[in-house]
Design a protein around this ligand. Structure first.
Ligand code: SF4
Length: 269
């Protein structure tokens, strides 16, 4: 399959700029079966056919063990159609992550899911795990980090995990979510709908809605967040807060200087 030029260019831009895929890599795609990961697998398979260097490609799906059984046929059909080996991991993530009442399970759910994928990659000698995060995901994470964790950060295009010795790559980082939706016709089978009751009600969904609403007021909002997310952007931040001891020393200095000035003035009178 040949990809449309604009998709091909966008993928190669990320792959070359961040050195995501290199000759001899064994790449494992995290395939949830949703629109993003199905698109990623389709793109990487097309790329594999025309890339100037060889790399291996396979997919892994983590079955989270939801009570409602999910029909995985579109996903197995997609992999068969693309001739990509697929492994389905049966897990108890639903039981492990969803049983604490009153708390969103998303962080634990994502943590366990990542753990299963990374361990599988390590055990089966895949050196890269490709995830389908796109530009909207990166910007939403950047905003969520500020709003909910007080940190200026987002996930990296590529990160090496020392525990499993696997490198996580995100080849879709130059795609907007709406572009992936538009390009769904390239994916041979429909995406799977998640039975997760939290889908669409997570912190991420809140950040997405917030950005969407702000974009209605100013169409530059999203692009400005993308610029702010990159290193080298003009920063004008406050200095780091002082530790208690540092503050005490500074206070003592301040009063000492003030006293010295007052003494000097007294002596001059
Ligand atoms: S929305 Fe559901 S599946 Fe997605 S991270 Fe949250 S709990 Fe897990």
């Amino acid at each position: 399959m040949k990809l449309p030029k604009w998709i091909d260019r966008r993928l190669w831009r990320a792959i070359v700029e961040f050195k995501l895929i290199e000759a001899g890599d064994r790449v494992l795609v995290g395939l949830s079966g949703g629109k993003d990961s199905s698109f990623l697998l389709t793109c990487l398979r097309a790329l594999q056919e025309h890339a100037p260097f060889p790399f291996d490609l396979a997919a892994v799906h983590v079955d989270q063990g939801f009570p409602d059984v999910v029909d995985l046929t579109p996903l197995t059909d997609l992999c068969a159609h693309l001739k990509v080996p697929l492994e389905i991991l049966e897990t108890q993530i639903y039981q492990m992550a969803f049983m604490q009442e009153g708390q969103s399970p998303c962080a634990r759910c994502a943590y366990f899911r990542r753990g299963f994928i990374h361990n599988y990659a390590r055990d089966h000698e895949y050196n890269k795990v490709a995830l389908a995060h796109h530009l909207d995901d990166a910007v939403e994470t950047f905003l969520m980090s500020q709003l909910f964790a007080g940190q200026l950060k987002t996930f990296q295009p590529k990160s090496y995990l020392t525990r499993t010795e696997v490198t996580v790559i995100r080849p879709l980082l130059y795609f907007r979510e709406k572009e992936i939706k538009q390009a769904q016709r390239l994916v041979a089978f429909p995406p799977i709908n998640t039975p997760c009751p939290y889908a669409g009600h997570s912190m991420r969904a809140t950040a997405k809605e917030l950005i969407g609403n702000l974009e209605k007021m100013n169409e530059r909002v999203f692009d400005n967040l993308v610029v702010a997310m990159r290193e080298g952007t003009k920063q004008d931040l406050w200095p780091a807060p002082l530790a208690k001891d540092e503050f005490r020393v500074l206070m003592a200095d301040f009063w000492h200087t003030k006293q010295k000035l007052a003494d000097k003035e007294d002596n001059m009178e």
